[in-house]
Structures are given as C-alpha cells and as structure tokens.
Design a binder for this molecule. Structure first.
Ligand code: GLA
Length: 386
C-alpha cells in the first residue's frame, strides 16, 4: 500500500510539476451476499477489500481540470466549465463526473480552483470488484475535503451513484460505493438500501481460520449496456404488477400471488430478489449467532438463485463455484452484477492452494481461459492517507 501511495505522489509531481495537496484512497469491494437487491430497496452485505485506488490531488490557479493515471498514457485536460455529462467520456468520466455530481450537493463549479488528479490503483479492472467505484469514492472524498463541502459518507455514496447513472450511463444501485466508503476492517457492511441505515457486522474470518478466495473468470462484463438494465426493468415491472413501490415490500408470503399475476420470467426474477433479501437477513443472523462457518448453504443457495431464477451467471462462474464446493469450500457464489466477473468461495485457510489448483485444472479441462484466483481480506473503507 505504501508503494502505490508513493507512486501516486511522485507521478503527480512528475506530471504536474508541484506537490499534491493530499493523497486519498478507496477500496474495491466484494459482495458476500445480496445481489441485485440494492436497486430494489433491499438488503446487501458487501465488504471492502485490500485492493485500493489512490488519488493524488492538487488545486491551482487555473480554469482547467487535468487527470492522469498509471493505466492510461493520455493526460486528459478539460475546462472546468465543461465538467458535465455532455463533455465527459472515456475513463476520465469517472473521476471528473464526480466533480460534476458534487455540484448537486453544494459545490460551486464556477468558483472552484483548477484541479489536478493522478490515479494509481491495484484494484483489478473488469473483474467485478468495483474498480470504477473505488476511483469515484477516492475522488469524492478528496474533493469533499478540498472544497470543504462537509458531506457525510452516505451522501458521497449518492454522489458516486449519480456519477455512474448520469455520467457513465450505468443504471446501477448504491451498494458498491457504500461498501467502499463505509466498510471497516474484518467486517461486512449490512446496508438497508432504502434508508441507507447500516450496521457493521464482524466476520471473524481469521478466528475461524477461513479465507475468502476470489476467482476472476476473466469474462468481461459491462453494466452500461445489456443484461443488467434488462434485469432492473424486469424487477420494476414485477413491482408494478404486484402493486408495490419496490420489491423490498414483498416477502415469501407473496410468492403464490406473484406466481398467478406474473409471467414466468418476471416471476423468477422477482423470486430471486425476495429470497435473496431473506438470505441476507439470514446470513447476518447466522454470522452473529454461529460465525462464518454457518453461512455456506446461504452462499450456495444465492448462487443457484442467480443461475436459475435471475439468469445472470455464465459457464465460467458456475464451473468456479461447483469446483470450489466439490473441493471442500464452505460456500461459493458469483459476486457482483453477473454476466462475467468473479466468484467468491469461503474456504478453510489450509485449503486455499488446493482449491486454486483444482479450479485451474477444471478450467483447463473445459478449455476455458486461465482464471486469476487470489485471497481478499476485509478492509477499511476510503480514507485520507496524507
Ligand atoms: C453491480 C452494481 C450494484 C449492484 C450489483 C448487483 O455491482 O454496481 O449496484 O446492483 O451489480 O448486486
């Protein structure tokens, strides 16, 4: 970690020729359980991971914003007056979109000084670990400090969501940015996506000798188009036909009526959300009463529901999950929006390498690309580092 902070600070000086005002960072996330429930006003249980995006940020007397990063050669430069969705494209739409979104919460873009940002990250891009939110949250925290906006972290999560929805064009919910901003070390974030009330739930992985293994399938996903928006539309249709403002308002008792009122596909989408919300509540209860070894079946059931009812898994994710379970994982499921990205497996520490080898073998046997497997540690959320 010290390395990428140093790297960001020195790259900033090289590129912009002065010392940054400060260094901020925000983590990627893994969702333990509660998938496609956030935009249905439901419950989620993600945690921040030990991979972070660091931003070195400086202000100066100028009328432009400039952004550089270690992952793109170009230096993007744009007049402050053009910081709006019409002018922001490509990767710089994430950090600079945040500046625009902050204007909706009191920032006066006509009065702010010139802005320079340099980004360095070790959150893998396209793996379903929310690299884009890590970048947005790091910038949101930095600008909140530098522009003295005094916004709380739930509001900064909204800022990141507005950036995603209105600048990037992805109709995503509030989970990822909340995890990046609100998480604490060794804990998960139990978030009610309707009220944004949350509770920090200790995971106790170390005491139980467990680890969370991520299997990045390498199958790329894009939430700005296709399946994600389609699933969201199905959920909205289901809620409308069931006469509720969101699926959060339905429980298992409503399933018989849903079966009568809805077409088969919409019914299965709705059933996933209803049962997934319940699984989040059950996971929290199990963690609190019996610890992390008690949540395996809930993780497995969540995966089956996403595979069969919500239909957002892909062959590689199913294979990763099945192989992990066959080789002794306590539980496993795909994590994130689906259609690619990563799966997680909750495994005994002593089994980590064996399960990694088994997964590599299974992918090779099915002539699928080589997955990237690594352990993640539940970590603290976004912070000012210097
Ligand atoms: C993506 C979105 C989140 C959430 C998940 C699915 O990660 O960014 O808002 O909807 O998919 O749970």
């Amino acid at each position: 970690m010290a390395d990428i902070r140093d790297e960001a600070a020195s790259a900033f000086e090289d590129v912009f020729g002065y010392t940054p005002n400060g260094i901020w960072s925000a983590p990627g996330r893994v969702n333990l359980i509660g998938e496609h429930t956030d935009y249905n006003d439901g419950f989620v249980l993600p945690f921040a991971i030990d991979r972070r995006t660091v931003v070195a940020v400086g202000t100066r007397d100028a009328s432009v914003a400039r952004v550089g990063s270690s992952y793109a050669d170009e230096l993007v430069e744009i007049p402050l007056a053009d910081l709006n969705p019409e002018h922001l494209t490509g990767w710089s739409a994430y950090p600079l979109g945040v500046a625009w979104a902050l204007a909706q919460f009191g920032a006066d873009l006509a009065a702010v000084p010139g802005l320079d940002i340099f980004v360095v990250s070790d959150v893998p891009v396209g793996a379903g670990l929310s690299s884009s939110h890590a970048l947005e949250c790091a910038v949101a925290l930095a600008l909140n400090d530098l522009w003295q906006l005094g916004l709380d972290r739930q509001t900064l999560a909204r800022v990141s969501q507005i950036t995603e929805n209105q600048v990037v064009g992805a109709p995503t919910g509030i989970m990822d940015q909340s995890a990046s901003l609100l998480s604490e070390k060794d804990c998960a974030l139990f978030l009610d996506c309707r009220s944004l009330d949350y509770r920090i739930i200790p995971l106790g992985l170390e005491a139980a000798d467990l680890a969370v293994l991520i299997i990045d399938t390498g199958v790329k996903h894009e939430h700005a188009n296709g399946g994600y928006a389609e699933r969201r539309a199905s959920c909205e249709l289901g809620a409308k036909l069931m006469g509720v403002s969101s699926l959060r308002d339905l429980t298992a008792h409503d399933l018989p009526r849903a079966r009568e009122v809805l077409d088969d596909v919409t019914f299965r989408r709705v059933r996933h959300v209803i049962t997934e919300n319940q699984r989040v509540l059950d996971t929290v209860a199990a963690l609190e009463s019996d610890g992390p070894r008690a949540i395996g079946e809930l993780l497995d059931a969540s995966h089956r529901s996403m595979r069969d009812d919500f239909e957002i898994s892909v062959r590689e994710l199913d294979l990763a999950v099945e192989t992990a379970i066959e080789n002794g994982a306590i539980g496993a499921r795909m994590t994130g929006g689906g259609f690619g990205g990563s799966a997680l497996a909750l495994v005994a520490r002593e089994d980590v390498s064996r399960i990694q080898v088994a997964i590599d073998g299974a992918f090779a046997e099915h002539a699928l690309g080589i997955p990237d497997t690594f352990v993640v540690v539940p970590s603290k959320g976004a912070a000012r580092d210097r």
